[in-house]
Design a protein around this ligand. Sequence first.
Ligand code: SIN
Ligand code: FE2
Length: 196
Amino acid sequence: AVVLRHFALTYETVIFAALTDVVGQAPFRHMVTPGGFQMSAAMTSCGGFGWLADRTGYRYNTTDPQTGLPWPPLPDALLRLGIEAATAAGYPSFVPDACLINRYAVGAKMSLHQDKDEPDLGAPIVSVSLGLPANFQFGGLRREDKPLRVQLTHGDVVVWGGPARLYFHGVLPIKDGVHPLTGAFRINLTFRKVSK
Ligand code: SIN
Ligand code: FE2
């Protein structure tokens, strides 16, 4: 697992243009977990697959259930960012086919979890942080493993794969603040390879 500080900063303008386009087609929504809890982060996706949570479970789908349409395509600038960050972290053959977009308002969080809905665990996860800072937790293979706490700020990228691919991770509640580009939000993009 690698933290690439500020890696996404040079992509900032193209990222926000791409996000405006994606969110116009597939708006942010709060999903409900199988346990019946509404997730505090609002989500959407782009690429060939989008991630979904509902009362029946967690999965990827090629269409957005909210619109009935395919998820918006993965914008070329985002695809390049995902590939270049993975390459910089030592995963030169990574080609993402999905990007999950999380939007955290102040107080929103993500509990410790594993990213395990992707069939090909040989591909890493590439995570891009934008806007308000986050305290990211990065643990081990067992939920009980004491997580490291890493502060992630605008433009930081985290990549994890190989033996760390299934490590538990999460986000502590976002602290109050204002960022010049995102206002009172943190945005996180995770690039994933979902096809086998
Ligand atoms: C995730 O685990 O899907 C998101 C992590 C983050 O928001 O930094
Ligand atoms: Fe995750």
